[in-house]
Design a protein around this ligand. Structure first.
Ligand code: GDP
Length: 202
C-alpha cells in the first residue's frame, strides 16, 4: 500500500484551522484560544489521510518576534522536507482581518507573511486551496468585494470567481461553504490520481 498522504493546514493563529479540520472530518478537535498550549504540529489521522495542523504564524500577543520567526522556519522546513507526502495545503485566512493585516505589513514596507507563505507553497508546487474562513462575519452584499480584495493582495487577478479552484469562502462555524470545500478537495485528489483519499473526508 502507498504511504500515508497529508493535508497540511497553515495560517495565522486563531483563523480557524482546527475548526476547518473538525468540519472536514467530524473529529472532536479542541478549538478556541488556547493560551499556554505549546505551539506544536498536531496530526490527526483518518486512515491513510493525515491532517497536519501547523502552529499559527505571524504576530500574536505575548509571543516574541524570535518565536514568530522560529515558527515560520519550522513551517517552511516541514513543507520542504515532507513535500513528497503532502497531497494538499489548506491555507486558512480570517476574511475579516486579512486585508487589514496585509496593509499593516505593506505600510511597514514588509512582505506580509500570508502573502509570502502563499507564494512559497506555490513555488514548492504543492496544490493549494485558500480557505477564506469566517465568511459569516461579512455581510452577504460585501462578500464579493472582500474576496476580490483578498485575491488582489495575493496576486490573483480579481474577480475572485475566476479562482474558484483556489479560493473557497467558508464558515467553519456555521458550515456554510464546507460542502463546496469538500467537493473541491475531492476533485483535486481525483485530478492527482489520488481519488482513494476522498473516502476519508466526512
Ligand atoms: P486556529 O487557532 O487557527 O486553530 O483556530 P480555531 O479553530 O481554534 O478557531 C479560533 C476561534 O475562531 C474560535 O473561537 C472559533 O470558534 C472561531 N471560529 C472558527 N471558525 C469560525 C468561523 O467560520 N466564523 C466565526 N465567526 N468564528 C470562527
Amino acid at each position: 500500500m502507498a504511504g500515508k498522504m497529508e493535508i497540511v493546514l497553515v495560517g495565522r493563529s486563531n483563523v480557524g484551522k482546527s475548526s476547518v479540520i473538525r468540519g472536514l472530518t467530524g473529529m472532536r478537535i479542541r478549538t478556541g484560544r488556547r493560551p499556554g498550549v505549546t505551539r506544536k504540529i498536531s496530526r490527526y489521522e483518518r486512515g491513510e489521510l493525515v491532517f497536519v495542523d501547523m502552529p499559527g504564524f505571524g504576530f500574536m500577543a505575548g509571543v516574541s518576534r524570535e518565536v514568530q520567526e522560529r515558527t515560520k522556519s519550522e513551517i517552511v522546513h516541514y513543507l520542504e522536507e515532507n513535500r513528497s507526502k503532502i497531497a494538499l495545503a489548506l491555507h486558512v485566512i480570517d476574511v475579516r482581518s486579512f486585508c487589514e493585516v496585509v496593509e499593516r505589513w505593506e505600510g511597514r514596507g514588509q512582505l506580509p507573511i500570508d502573502v509570502e507563505m502563499f507564494h512559497f507553497i506555490r513555488e514548492l508546487k504543492i496544490p493549494l486551496i485558500m480557505v477564506a474562513n469566517k465568511i459569516d462575519l461579512i455581510y452577504p452584499e460585501e462578500r464579493d468585494g472582500v474576496l476580490d480584495e483578498i485575491c488582489d493582495k495575493l496576486g490573483l487577478l480579481p474577480p475572485w470567481r475566476q479562482w474558484l479552484d483556489t479560493v473557497a469562502p467558508v464558515s467553519a462555524k456555521t458550515g456554510e461553504g464546507m460542502a463546496e470545500l469538500k467537493r473541491l478537495i475531492k476533485r483535486k485528489f481525483q485530478e492527482m490520481g489520488k481519488g482513494r483519499l476522498c473516502r476519508h473526508l466526512r
